[in-house]
Design a protein around this ligand. Structure first.
Ligand SMILES: [Cu+2]
Length: 153
């Protein structure tokens, strides 16, 4: 069943989806509780302010790797998938959200298993990236496509 979204909610929807994720919003909306939407909107607004404040203190050049909880692995910067980077030294924060996946990144001058398969949690490393192609993958599932890459110039 598709839930119809009243016009005034579209802005709230966008904000909520942006801050908390589409699924969270959908779950709340499907229950049809206007109060919950209001609470969510207030929470989203608070979160947006918090994110904006935190963003000012965050290094813009920080790479974020995420693996799991499903069969997904990604590297982002400022929330966007990384496709190309300038050569240099970067902080890489890896969120490992499953005990069945690991995070391994390799390329010119780099071969780092940031997390092990059984590890869950966050690890931060500093990586020096040179010109060339880098691959990040979950070793047990790389052959099944659990990998990605970016180029450094
Ligand atoms: Cu895996």
């Amino acid at each position: 069943m598709k839930t119809r979204v009243p016009a005034p909610c579209s802005a709230i929807r966008t904000l909520c989806a942006l801050v908390l994720g589409e699924n969270v919003y959908a779950a709340f909306l499907s229950k049809g509780a206007l109060l919950k939407i209001r609470l969510l909107f207030a929470a989203a607004l608070g979160a947006a302010v918090f994110v904006a404040a935190a963003g000012a203190a965050t290094n813009a050049g920080q790479l974020v790797g995420t693996v799991g909880p499903g069969f997904s692995i990604k590297v982002t910067m400022n929330g966007k998938a990384v496709k190309s980077l300038k050569a240099g030294t970067y902080k890489l924060v890896v969120h490992d959200r499953a005990d069945s996946h690991n995070f391994h990144v390799f390329g010119p001058g780099l071969n780092k298993k940031v997390t092990t398969v059984s590890f869950m949690g966050t690890k931060t490393v500093t990586v020096t990236l040179k010109k060339g192609k880098y691959t990040f993958q979950c070793d047990p599932h790389a052959a099944a496509g659990m990998k990605g890459s970016f180029t450094v110039s």
